[in-house]
Design a protein around this ligand. Sequence first.
Ligand code: SIN
Ligand code: MN
Length: 205
Amino acid sequence: MELAPGAVHLRSYLGLDAQRALVAECQALMDGAVPAYVPTVRGGGKMHVRMLCLGRHWNGQTYRYEPKRTDFDGLPAPPLPKSFKDLANTIAHRAGMALAADLCILNYYDADGRMGLHQDKDESPRSLEAGFPVVSVSLGDTARFLFGGLRRKDPITAIPLESGDAFVFGGPARLRYHGVSRIAPGTAPPELGLHGRFNLTFRQY
Ligand code: SIN
Ligand code: MN
């Protein structure tokens, strides 16, 4: 369903088996050799998610991408698995857009997880100008996703993102403000055995 030009919500894109497999991969990555962490952003506040960047690291102090996590432990960002890349590019295609994803920001939200309204604008000027989309995949508890306009004060629509949903924003929607106001604890499909929510956002640097 197209919510605005370039903004497409693909509900129940992933079936339960695919969700279960992806949850297991996310858990292994989050607790792997290069673990997820809670970033401290510019100004000193802590984010309300655990984050792990794949392919390229997003630095919460400089708001730039880099190969190693110089804002945290200096470890290199783990590579973006080919299966993740293929998933993202296929979803973009289904939404009518082209993407060659080369990075993913994987976030874990616990019952208190949230993310303030922001634009995704730290990718390369070339990528932003081309309107290569952000592809978001949600797993676990339902999120109240906020989707606004190109200015912070523009009206905002609240969209429930459920486990297995994909959401794509590219082209004229690429720089729309968005965020997550809250998680609905205990709403994950029981088959996943997941408390909380994973969200993967794929981008092309
Ligand atoms: C993000 O904007 O980076 C995350 C969005 C979400 O968790 O759905
Ligand atoms: Mn974002």
